[in-house]
Write a protein that binds this ligand. Sequence first.
Ligand code: SAJ
Length: 430
Amino acid sequence: VFRRVAVVGLGYVGFPAAVSFALAGLKVYGVDVDPAKVEAVNSGSCPSEEPDVCRAYRVAFSRGLLEATTDYSKTALADAIVFAVPTPVKRRRPDTSILESAVAEAARHARPGTLFSIESTIPPGTTRALARVIEAASGGRLVAGSSLYLAHVPERIAPGKSLEEMRRIPRLVGGLDGESTRRALELYSLINESPVAVTAEEAELAKIAENTYRDLNIAFANFLAMTAERLGVDAWKVIRAANTHPRVNIHLPGAGVGGPCLTKDPYMLAAAGNSLPGAEIVTVARAVNDHMPAHTVEILAHALAREGIRLGEATVAVLGAAYKGGIGDTRESPSAKIVERLLGQGAAVRVHDPYTGESFGASRAPSVEDAVRGANAVVIATDHPEYKSLNWAELARLMATPIIVDGRRVLEPEQAEEAGLKYYGVGYPW
Ligand code: SAJ
């Protein structure tokens, strides 16, 4: 029976996890290296930008179920220790050193019989290697198969929907051995509706497969989009048509793929499958997706040239700084690459985003009207829901030249033309 759990790493994944366990009635110790964050959590101030997460946090906080600390010795009080610390990819090589240190530090304090659960995304083989790290750091108190239980339970949540997805999306629970899986299933049943028992190795590979699959599918959509542009066909109509086949599900092309997961996890799979036939499939897909911000700027330069305007003398409004719609998260955002490219070419750039004040060195526009007034073009970099219902006819009238480069098919071309815009976009012939 689990009564107390420690969550190491109170970030995008760990904090919603900590709050979820607290709402399930467990006493939660949140361990983080950042004293400011610890202080905030302990004084009733929510460190998350997600309203759901903060609502749940306030309930947990008022019941006294959540306590943050920088002190790893609190892990000695826990029946289970959950790890959600960064596992970055540097120069395409996975780096698990932060996770290893955190696990070793906890192993110095944890009691025999404690369950260690790794939620961070990790390269295949890491869970088993961590068992050795824990055994060594514990000085022989924790031994896999008798006094140590260890599982990989990868997070599968998307920022903005953390709490709901943590409960709804089936949780893969991959124990190092049968007893580890059994105990981890018991723990995660408290916060997840349908946990699935697998092995640690299966969980590791499944997690990176999910994100690589999505990245490959989007890369295919992007390649198809550029091909359709060349052929003079609307790629979006092609994809909608192809997807009427019950066995086809082509994702959406666009101005690029961002976020902390799809830009990183495929390299973990590429490293594991290194030198096997076809290993390039992963890195080629990454390259296609990484090219899309430049492709978007290329479409823009062409559209401007048609009006006799050079990119370097244009004023451009960029709508969206976040890496995807509906959130303010700008990690690895394609919008950043677009803005940097435009600034590099000498264009005057204004960035608007309803969810974040980030503008990547360009000026920041407080409203869409301010962004587009007098501009030569507007580029839609993010599919924020707000952009769908704008009065485009009115916005077109504010512009010096009414060019739109729609990187996310937020508008249908016919609708844009009706509003008086000259429509360009990824996947649309130009
Ligand atoms: N994108 C496209 N076309 C699409 C879908 C997305 O260009 O058809 C772009 C988005 O604009 C964005 C990027 O891809 O820039 C990533 O978006 P995403 O919707 O894949 O979301 P992430 O990265 O926030 O979350 C993913 C999710 N993985 C899967 O859906 C398989 C999430 O469930 C994972 O938990 C998360 O990665 C993670 O942390 O690993």
